[in-house]
Ligand binder design. Sequence first.
Ligand SMILES: Cc1ncc(COP(=O)(O)O)c(C=O)c1O
Length: 346
Amino acid sequence: MMDVIDLRSDTVTQPTAEMREAMAKAVVGDDVYGEDPTINQLEADAAAMFGMEAGLFVTSGTQGNLIALITHAPRGSEVILGDKAHIFVYEQGGMSAVGGIMPHTLSVQQDGTLKLDDIERAIRGDDSHFPRTKVIAIENTQGTVGGVPLSPEYTQQVADLAHRHQLKLHIDGARIFNAATYLGVSPAVIINGADSMTFCLSKGLGAPVGSILVGNREFIAEARRARKLLGGGMRQAGVLGAAGLIALHKMSQRLADDHQNAAYFLEQLKTVPDIDILSQHTSFVFFTLTDSAKLSPADFSAKMRQHNILLRPYPGFERKFRVVMHHWITRKKVDQVIRAMKHVLR
Ligand SMILES: Cc1ncc(COP(=O)(O)O)c(C=O)c1O
């Protein structure tokens, strides 16, 4: 399985043999009726792990974020979030398109944070000219600046600020387990003070489909309605939930391997010509192909493909590449990638 070494993202991970077996044997029911025991267990386990009251299995990270925002924020209100946030850049402006909510963007810092002063200034006062601010949304790990983990201390500060102003804090925690693992804290601590959080089972955790939104009971009951509105009510979803349980309990425990492989890749990359290393955090490594390289970025990708290695320029950037480590990428494969890069760029 997966002879190709696919470094483009952790979304490319395929379900493990154990997941496929669990999927085949899953006990299922109609989840729209609340009768799928596997989904009920997955939602309860996820909520407990994050110290929240309830969870909701959703089709994707995008759907989880959208459900959270339309549940927290009425039409005509405003969400404060980063200008490099996945929700703002890569989710088709769903909060506006579907929810009638206005994004109010702030500059994302190199460490993945929004400045607390910037947030404070952005919160609208009570004035009939203004939309009402309802939510602050942060992303952990912050993807576009390099998979950077946000500390529990910072998250608590944002939560305190939000709550002082009667706002909600939502975390796009697509890779929240990477953040918790990297910083050596528990899942409950990494989301300190948040009102809601979405995380993905289908990225580094390896499940084929699905994300989970967690929050308090009242919020999740409303979110369940929003999920149905968006066409996300699923029937015998336990087939997916069975893989999700393995992702949640087992795969979440092995992410340090990916981080170590990313650090190892970074070290080896220093021996490859025509590469400028940009950063490594958690499972992400960013680098650029220098102007002096003999190959264009497209030719470099094409040559690597001939070695069965998939790499591509980061969307929106010409020479910048992002490599993501995941459970299909062993140390041996990292060595293979480095050898191929040296061969292609020699
Ligand atoms: C930070 C972040 N948030 C949300 C998402 C959306 O997840 P999905 O692709 O499951 O909709 C992604 C996907 O790559 C992501 O990287």
